[in-house]
Design a protein around this ligand. Sequence first.
Ligand SMILES: [Zn+2]
Ligand SMILES: [Zn+2]
Length: 241
Amino acid sequence: MSVPAPDWFAREIVAPGITRIWEPHVHSFFRSNVFHVGGRDLDLVIDAGMGIVPLRPVLDLASGKPVLAVATHIHVDHVGGLNEFEARAGHRKEAAFFEHMADEHTLAHLFRAQPEAVDRPPDEAWSAERFEIRAAPLTRTLDAGDRIETGDRSLRVLHLPGHSPGSIGLFDERNGDFFAGDAIYRGRLIDDLPGSNVHSYRETMQRLLRIEFSRAYCGHGEPIGQNELRSIAGAYLDKTG
Ligand SMILES: [Zn+2]
Ligand SMILES: [Zn+2]
């Protein structure tokens, strides 16, 4: 792994206790969000970026407090830094694949083949052709309905397949916060990857339309509100119906 490049990541506080971190130099197709959710007893790191530059040092992690890294799904742009965390969670349907991080599951080969995969390498020795995802076996397997407790938040695991078989979201029913992964975000939703399933994606969208969210923290791009979420879900159903 490359040495830390301090300006590799960008970050903003998007709500009290929630920081969004992203990688501006990564090609826009792969430029995903990491969310650091500070909890009273447990900090959550939701998704882990590309792993091109170590993620953990840029997080403001209080020493001693446990950290759980949750992968919303196994794609390359969400799991590259997962190995930096001792406690790692993901959905049962993709759980076995985190032990090997094979290209057929992470789709890392698509990043390697991407022209201008980064607009500026983190150091002179780095090259996209040699990019690899490190194995990060899960220490906790998640199922729909499971809860992740941080001491001041209780997040319910929603199984939201379609983009990938084991895509999940985390939903805070108390305040409507929704960490959506790649189930929904502003921009074209990707439903044609190996492992994608349009029928499942449609069911996920119908389900999202029935839930009262306040704000969605998406796997890509800016957070969105309930109205925008519903219009994206509706547009997807119209397009694929
Ligand atoms: Zn994805
Ligand atoms: Zn993604």
